[in-house]
Design a protein around this ligand. Structure first.
Ligand code: SF4
Ligand code: SF4
Length: 206
């Protein structure tokens, strides 16, 4: 028994000089990992226009069906985004969201990103539906372009300047020999190259 107490005290004394590994949350916060994905933010351009063009790609990519959008046409009198449309309604159901980041990956304009805020507790289910007014950056304080990355850049390293696989259209090497019949809407068309690289089209008998 005494040996156990001495063993315990030895461990305590050994740790006395070390820095604590805990933080005094909520006064102190830990630095978050670059890949951390927290609460969504809808961004503006530097001229305050909304980046979202109401294309629904994020809602389509969402595996949890957590995004609800109603798009509205921009008009000359009310140009909200640079596109044809903008999101009049943009809701995210945080009780459904699994923070996968697919919405920010799907967005063609960098309008939606998952940022670092994680303190999302609330009391009522309806308070977990985040509306556009909760998500959109305030007018007059848009994030600079280079800050709109969310966790995308951490998850996806930039594409190599010199891609390892050849891109036929860039190299002028495309001769039609691998044309997809489905891509030209003729599923029954076989395409064969001839010796002079001129594609020869043959109809396939059903
Ligand atoms: S993070 Fe994933 S689950 Fe959440 S809204 Fe975006 S796509 Fe849907
Ligand atoms: S957030 Fe992006 S992907 Fe979603 S509707 Fe707006 S522009 Fe489209």
């Amino acid at each position: 028994m005494a040996s156990d107490i001495i063993k315990g005290l030895r461990t305590t004394l050994k740790e006395l000089g070390n820095k604590p590994t805990t933080v005094s949350y909520p006064e102190e916060h830990r630095a978050q990992a670059a890949r951390y994905r927290g609460r969504h933010v809808l961004h503006r351009y530097e001229n305050d226009m909304e980046r979202c063009v109401g294309c629904f790609l994020c809602a389509g990519a969402c595996p949890a069906d957590a995004i609800y959008i109603e798009a509205e046409q921009n008009t000359e009198e009310q140009q909200v985004s640079p596109g044809e449309r903008y999101a009049r309604v943009f809701d995210v159901n945080m009780l459904r969201c699994i923070f996968c980041g697919y919405c920010q990956q799907a967005c063609p304009t960098g309008a939606i990103t998952l940022e670092k805020e994680f303190e999302l507790a609330d009391y009522r289910a309806e308070d977990f539906i985040y509306h556009k007014a909760d998500l959109l950056e305030p007018a007059g304080s848009p994030s600079p372009d280079n800050a709109i990355t969310g966790s995308n850049t951490a998850w996806q390293p930039p594409a190599p300047a010199d891609p390892p696989l050849p891109i036929p259209s860039r190299q002028g090497a495309f001769d039609g020999s691998e044309a997809s019949a489905a891509a030209v809407g003729q599923a029954a068309l076989a395409v064969k190259p001839n010796a002079d690289s001129e594609p020869v089209h043959e109809s396939v008998e059903e």
